[in-house]
Design a protein around this ligand. Sequence first.
Ligand code: COA
Length: 653
Amino acid sequence: MPVSEGTALGTQLAAPAPETSFSSTVAARIDANIGFIYIDNPPVNALSHSVRSGLSAAVRTFSDAPGVQAIIVIGKGQTFPAGADIREFGRPIEEPALNAVNLSIEACRKPVIAAIHGTALGGGLEIALACHFRIALASARLGLPEVKLGVIPGAGGTQRLPRLIGIEQALRAIATSRILDAAEALQLGLVDAIVADDLHAHAIRFAQQVIAEGRPLRLVRDLQDKLAPASAGVFDEFESNLPARLRNRLAATRAIRSVRNAAALPFDEGLRKEREYVEECKASPQSAALQYVFFAERAAFKFDGYIAGALAGPEPLVGIAGAGALRTPLAAALLIGGCRVLLFDQNARALSDASSAIVERLERLSSKGRIASRQELQSFTAALEVTSEAASLRHCTAVIEVEPDTLSSKSAIVGALSAQVGEKTALITTTALLSVDEIAAASRRPANVVGMHFFIPASTMRQVEIVRADRSSNLAASIAVELSRRLEKIPVVSRDCDGFVGDRTLRAYLKEAIAILEEGVPAAHIDAALRDFGMAHGPFELCDFIGLDLAQRILDGRSGPGETGTKLIDLQRAGTPNGMPAHAGTSIPKILAAAIVERCLLAAAAEAKRLVAEGIVSRPSDVDIVWVNGLGFPEHCGGPLFWATQTTASVQR
Ligand code: COA
């Protein structure tokens, strides 16, 4: 039952009482002298209107409740709030805004303690910053990643975080969306304590201690001692050293400006400016594109027929067979992703070498700090099993073959494996170029076969394509999707076609770049135009980067050597002595650059539309995220289709 504003809750919630609702997503109860406010808005406790209004009412009520001596704000379910509700971004803010809620928390005359677990991100962390004390579970992660979504923190984050952890650390956290783990947060002074378990009980103990000691309330807005930057030029220097992906990002520059204000302006004035920047960022095409990408990436995990939980068990067993270059990085990534890996090779010596290479890779990753602890390293290594008996693979949820990418070797191994794997085992073939339908035809269980295409370099590119053959089952495709999550990659599910999604649209783009080159525009100019637009590489640089052989194969497709691929090689050879176009320092007239960008990207967008029309992908956004995560397209422009739609709309306006 919602409690109307101003209700004398001190009486209503006296004694350990059942929870009382303040809104559909906020409940509260009093336990002894402590008022608990629970936020319950699954899946991530996003700060939608009902959370803000419930929280505001609960704080106000507990402030006035005579029996309550301290207040604990805690999230139900998996996390402390992970941010503003992004779905509300396009609409006018319904009062109370988070900023007002935070100001009322900060002004409360009783200690307010944030008890943090899961991911306290964005607006969630801003609530915690407005509280007087913060304790966190050791597994918690904290950050202000709004810049990733094209905005900046808008409820005091840019003003309070620098006051708590200092200017330099706050710049890094806010402008580059750096997430901190609990240990680092403690070290920097962002949290007052971390606890290993039972957050609820520890939060009570912490609150009782604060009450018993009569500890003065710590208002972050009043802290001054960490506000001086190490050097006067710190802001300009930070901005000029921003990583390439943040170049031309409005939100990153506004975040820096807002942190600068924290050091230069009174708190309330800094807060006012922060709001101005938020509105400016929210109205920008960049934030629309970044939010589009955020939801597109999440939508990509769901396809028609998707079976949630297909990758059964917390530590699924995944077989790897074949001797291609993907074997070691893939096995290591699966182990890090919490899978058990069963490495298969009939040759005992090859098996032992392959297993050593995987362990060595894990050790290298550990020495670079990519694996958190020695203990974790040991558990990953222990999860690696080997076998020379193909029959052992029948227990696997999935078996991935990593043979070299020729139809004869792929068909041979898939045919052989299909006689061994279990009825429900997904049989995954890793191919960049071949027809998954043809490979599946060699299998005794064609419904189990599905393709996976990793982008180069496979260990760092976030994109993976899941390719369904005509007869691939929903289960096999779902297992491949869930494996992608374990590999921390974004899957796009498509039907089989020459080039799948990425290479087919890339082909159209490269062909257009070659056509422009043939019209007499130097390769260096074409590269520079697309690089300045934000592509990680210009089209000809990309060909050099992936290797001319592969570029030629992408251009020619499954039909083999043809006119365009040969043309690329000839043109590249005719360039500078080593075939490379001159890359650096090229400047070209803006109007020419715009025309180059438009022609190349519209060619890609037109091909993308054909993919959707042919039913190869089910959503236009699937093609966009392949470009963003696999082909170096600037995230803040949303992908070629999104960009084309925006460009056409702005031309028509
Ligand atoms: N607002 C609205 N919905 C959100 C959200 C937010 N801030 N954050 C996550 N969600 C939704 C996702 O869209 C997804 O919905 P779906 O199941 O309908 O697809 C669901 O919550 C789960 O998110 P997902 O990212 O799939 O879960 P995860 O466990 O892998 O990651 C987070 C959880 C919180 C780390 C991740 O969602 C995230 O980074 N969110 C954005 C955080 C952020 O930027 N906060 C600042 C906002 S200004």
